[in-house]
Design a protein around this ligand. Sequence first.
Ligand code: SF4
Length: 212
Amino acid sequence: MKTYLIKNIFGPTIQGEGALVGSVVAFVRFSGCNMWDGRAETKAASACPYCDTDFRGGERLTAAQIVERLKALLPYGWVVLSGGEPLLQLDLDLVFALKDAGYILALETNGTLDTPLALHREIGHVTMSPKVPREQIHMFSADEIKVLYPHPNPLITPEHFNDYPADHKFIQPVNDESSINDENMAKALAKVLELGGPWRLSLQIHKILGVE
Ligand code: SF4
């Protein structure tokens, strides 16, 4: 039987960032990422030296087991598919199992992988947070783009993604693992005030509230 490597499933909690901020959700965190192998000794040289997520290891679960775990936490509502990079594993079988169980799906992705249209349109809310330059992004559109700021890669700035097709555009400070980085928050605020237009400031309020 097909299984998925899952780091953890948790909730109910609130979505701490982006357009769904404050919404009650459960998270399914997929193991593994194509931007970093998750080891401390390789982090500084990776594409994401600021990564605040532990996505190594985990447990192999079937779609039915994932649904069963979720039902014990949150019987209905939003389920956020996160990682790591969920699109390394997510497929229509799991998407339909979750939707048949009554959940609305949100996806958090780095946008580097081809996403079949059939899968993309089954997701209620797609957030793409670029970790590679614009020309290397494979995801053709998203409900929301979230640019981390200031990004260590000078080719990943809000200006480089001004034309990316997304209903919501956020600039979010690069924060410390479990707390807000005041210096980066000030820089992100200054950038939002400079650009205006569709760009809005996203804070990681779960780090302010001290929830997972
Ligand atoms: S893409 Fe996201 S989960 Fe993967 S290494 Fe980068 S910040 Fe971490």
